[in-house]
Design a protein around this ligand. Structure first.
Ligand SMILES: [Zn+2]
Length: 361
């Protein structure tokens, strides 16, 4: 009996849509929310369990016992039917999480779908309205404390601005929406709801670090920024394909982490720096939360002289105990050192892929 139901479930998993997680797309999901009728992966199942059994009842496909009724419910529902119901009104600019996305995005996506049923009724998606207002904790530029600041996003004015004094007429800063990049940075600021807003000011990158006490609120801000940028892009590029525009709403960092770096002559002592790779720009900072980078390296193409080499040229000062490599650019060679062999391999691999499009996987 138990064996029959287990086999029936394994067969159901082969149906279109059921072979990937209903929430994040991971292959071969091993769990199911059996009151919703979907197959989901372990990571998403953990979030479902957290929502409570009044919303989602989770079982393992392989380990748990299943009743005939539960299997029948799975058979008459499944991932595709649930998607039509729970994802009916997902806006193109809404950031659906993949397997490797930040945990906050995955959690809020699952809550939005099944707890708030946000995509079954368009009216709930207030972040699509082109205006959002509220308080966020913002890190000071010159001191490391986070303080409550009033933020306003206005799509029509193409601006996101914040106020130190909530009743002040003039904002402390007003950033052009079309110029900003937004991404999550939970590890850097030590808060699961941490977000980084970057823009260029006087030709220099400026980073703002904010968080909200509420996970839904920070993801709403994130999607409100994406939605406003999307709507403005559509007006400015009337003929453009929507899917292409969606790809340009924000950029996550390809890789971030500490490396040691010597100076231009290769004689200088190595200093610990936080490196951050965003598309073809490699920035480095004294501290991960610095408002401005100490330097920015543009990564062009291999055929123009951009490349990496393991080790250092003869005569260049080495970093004791480090794992060295050279990043060559037409203007200058950068002498770098990773803390472990694994980190060196990782950095060289990702930098090589950045300068050589034929290596893209
Ligand atoms: Zn999943």
């Amino acid at each position: 009996m138990a064996e029959k139901n287990k086999n029936a479930l394994l067969d159901l998993k082969k149906r279109p849509g059921n072979h990937v997680c209903a929430d994040c797309g991971k292959h071969d999901p091993d769990f199911a929310a059996y009151n919703i009728g979907i197959f989901i992966c372990k990571e998403c199942a953990d979030i479902h369990k957290f929502l409570g059994r009044h919303i989602s009842k989770v079982k393992s496909v392989k380990v748990d016992e299943w009743t005939d009724e539960e299997v029948e419910f799975m058979a008459s529902n499944g991932n595709l039917i649930a998607k039509r119901k729970y994802e009916r009104y997902v806006a193109p600019c809404y950031k659906k999480p993949g397997q490797r996305d930040y945990p906050i995005l995955r959690e809020q996506w699952i809550r939005a779908k099944y707890e708030r049923k946000e995509f079954m009724d368009e009216k709930q998606q207030t972040y699509l309205l082109g205006r959002k207002e509220g308080f966020l904790w913002k890190r000071g530029k010159d001191d490391s404390r986070f303080q409550s600041r009033r933020f306003i996003l206005d799509e029509e004015e193409n601006v996101i601005k914040y106020y130190v004094d909530p009743s002040a007429k003039e904002p402390k800063a007003a950033l052009k929406l079309s110029d900003i990049n937004v991404t999550f940075c939970p590890d850097k600021i030590g808060n699961p709801n941490g977000m980084q807003i970057s823009y260029m000011k006087d030709d220099v990158t400026r980073n703002l670090f904010v968080y909200s006490d509420d996970g839904q609120d920070i993801v709403d801000w994130f999607n409100a920024i994406r939605s406003a940028k999307f709507n403005r892009m559509k007006i400015e590029n009337p003929g453009a394909n929507k899917a292409d525009l969606v790809d340009h709403l924000n950029t996550d960092y390809t890789k971030e982490g500490f490396l040691y770096k010597s100076g231009p002559r290769g004689k200088e002592a190595y200093k610990k720096r936080w490196f951050s790779l965003e598309s073809k720009k490699l920035k480095y900072y004294s501290d991960p939360l610095d408002p401005h980078p100490k330097g920015e390296i543009y990564l062009g193409n291999k055929k123009d002289g951009y490349t990496t080499r393991e080790g250092l040229p003869a005569g260049i000062h080495t970093h004791n105990g480090g794992f060295s490599f050279t990043l060559a650019t037409p203007g200058r060679d950068y002498y770098l050192s990773a803390e472990t062999e694994e980190s060196r391999v990782d950095w060289m691999d990702i930098l090589n892929k950045t300068v050589d499009p034929t290596l893209k996987n």
